[in-house]
Design a protein around this ligand. Structure first.
Ligand SMILES: Nc1ncnc2c1ncn2[C@@H]1O[C@H](COP(=O)(O)OP(=O)(O)O)[C@@H](O)[C@H]1O
Ligand SMILES: [Mg+2]
Length: 446
């Protein structure tokens, strides 16, 4: 469905549909009520007029013909009735009263007990004004003369009842409030589920959903928690496998190092030892990675701007010749929620990469709207060959120049960084800048 004003939120949609339904029901109820009241009022009016008209007819019929004019002039049956005499039926330019209403008047007149002495309707003509504002009733007296009554009809007022109006407003407001409340309650679990999924995306060890509430909600919560548990176990199994392998590789490496000492060829021994050194560094990094993944550092608020400046200061201390090539650009403070040690490891690795492979580091902190915080780390180095851009996130991948320059890494920095940021619900990307050099982008949800 593509309505222009169709709201996006499920709660608003449901509330809108329910309120619309409520409005239709109320409208139908009001119409029924109004029609009913119109009927009752019309009937009452007809009965009232009939009784008074019959009274006039009787009085006139019982009076001697020569005194009738005086009696009719004197007759007073309320301000809205006027009577007169005529020799022939009343000539009026009003249309005949609608048949159903005419019948109502006639039946009512016939029902009124006339009492003694009996008078009978000889003839009756009834005219009604447009929309029942005025009625003219002509009655033939027994001797042929006509007595005519003009009745002003009060307009019908189907709404004229203050209690009804108050009750109606109260009922509508109560129903609307209840609807809104119920919809909010109904939708709350959906929101809770979305939040839990979001939290799980950031942290596999996030707290489980409460499994209480209505059946459907509880079932969904149980299913969600089971899924979260399986994901957790899967991740744990993988990291345990990794650390187990790393662990078991250590002993043979140490043994090999001891044996290498017995190689007579000096050049060969140095090469073998260097390779074993590298292998050992890789294993240590792997073990550190496994340890990181297992430690459940809590997510807590921290000042990212402060952290970035500290990292740049520390890098500057380690590379005094680079001091003027390390720059921070961004707000003085920005609070984010993250695991501070892990986040620091990510940023340190990216800044170190920029310094080691790019020879400078410009760190830019900004926030993309309300949802993401973005840290860009740029350098002016040679960049990464376009074909290798996808591979830099592969474990143990190292570009050709890095091997030659003895920068000390083992190629786990970027995969670990990406792992950590994805566990935070963010990401790390690497791209070549059009003007040369590399731009690493870290995103972190607020
Ligand atoms: N800023 C950069 N400029 C050029 N090459 C880079 C940059 N950052 C990373 N690289 C390349 O990506 C590889 C992988 O980086 P990383 O995972 O941090 O491992 P390490 O730093 O241990 O080599 C590096 O060896 C390097 O070749
Ligand atoms: Mg690195």
């Amino acid at each position: 469905m593509k309505f222009r004003f169709w709201p996006r939120s499920l709660a608003t949609r449901t509330a809108l549909v329910l309120l619309l339904g409520l409005a239709i029901v109320q409208m139908a109820g009001l119409t029924i009520h109004a029609l009913d009241r119109l009927d009752v009022q019309r009937l009452g009016q007809a009965r009232d007029i009939a009784i008074r008209v019959v009274g006039i007819y009787r009085t006139v019929a019982l009076t001697d013909p020569e005194r009738r004019a005086a009696v009719v002039a004197d007759l007073h049956r309320g301000p809205d009735l006027q009577s007169s005499l005529s020799a022939s039926p009343p000539q009026v330019d009003l249309p005949a009263m609608p048949v159903p209403e005419q019948r109502l008047l006639r039946i009512n007149m016939n029902m009124v007990p006339l009492g003694a002495p009996q008078v009978r309707w000889r003839e009756l003509v009834i005219y009604g004004g447009h929309g029942w504002h005025k009625a003219i009733i002509g009655m033939r007296l027994p001797d042929g003369e006509w007595v005519n009554v003009t009745a002003e009809l009060q307009p019908l007022r189907p709404w004229h009842s203050p209690t009804f109006l108050g009750a109606f407003v109260l009922m509508t407001v109560a129903a609307a409030v209840l609807t809104l409340w119920a919809v909010r309650r109904l939708i709350a679990p959906v929101r809770a589920l979305a939040e839990a999924a979001e939290a799980l995306g950031r942290d596999v060890n996030a707290a489980p959903l409460p499994e209480a509430g209505p059946t459907e909600v509880a079932v969904a919560a149980v299913a969600f928690n089971t899924m979260a548990g399986r994901i957790r176990r899967f991740v744990q199994d993988r990291t345990e496998l990794l650390t187990a392998i790393g662990h078991d590789l250590r002993t043979p490496i140490t043994r090999l190092k001891l044996r290498a000492e017995f190689v007579d060829d000096d050049e060969l021994r140095v090469k073998i030892l260097a390779d074993l050194e590298e292998l050992e560094a890789m294993v240590s990094a792997t073990l550190a990675f496994g340890r990181d993944a297992r430690t459940t550092e809590p997510v807590s608020p921290l000042d990212l701007a402060e952290l970035l400046r500290t990292i740049l200061d520390e890098t500057g201390d380690a590379n005094p010749d680079m001091l003027d090539k390390l720059r921070y650009d961004g707000p003085a403070h920005m609070t984010v929620r993250a695991r501070s040690l892990a986040l620091k490891r990510v940023l340190v690795n990216l800044v170190t990469n920029a310094v080691n492979y790019g020879g400078s580091a410009l760190v830019r902190l900004s926030s993309d709207g309300e949802r993401m915080v973005v840290v860009d780390i740029e350098d002016d180095g040679p960049g990464i060959p376009p074909g290798d851009l996808d591979r830099v996130f592969e474990p143990f991948y190292r570009g050709e120049p890095s091997r030659n320059r003895e920068t000390g890494g083992v190629g786990l920095g970027l995969p670990i960084a990406r792992n950590i940021m994805r566990a935070h619900g963010g990401d790390v990307t690497i791209a070549n800048r059009p003007s040369g050099g590399v731009k690493a982008t870290v995103t972190l949800p607020v």
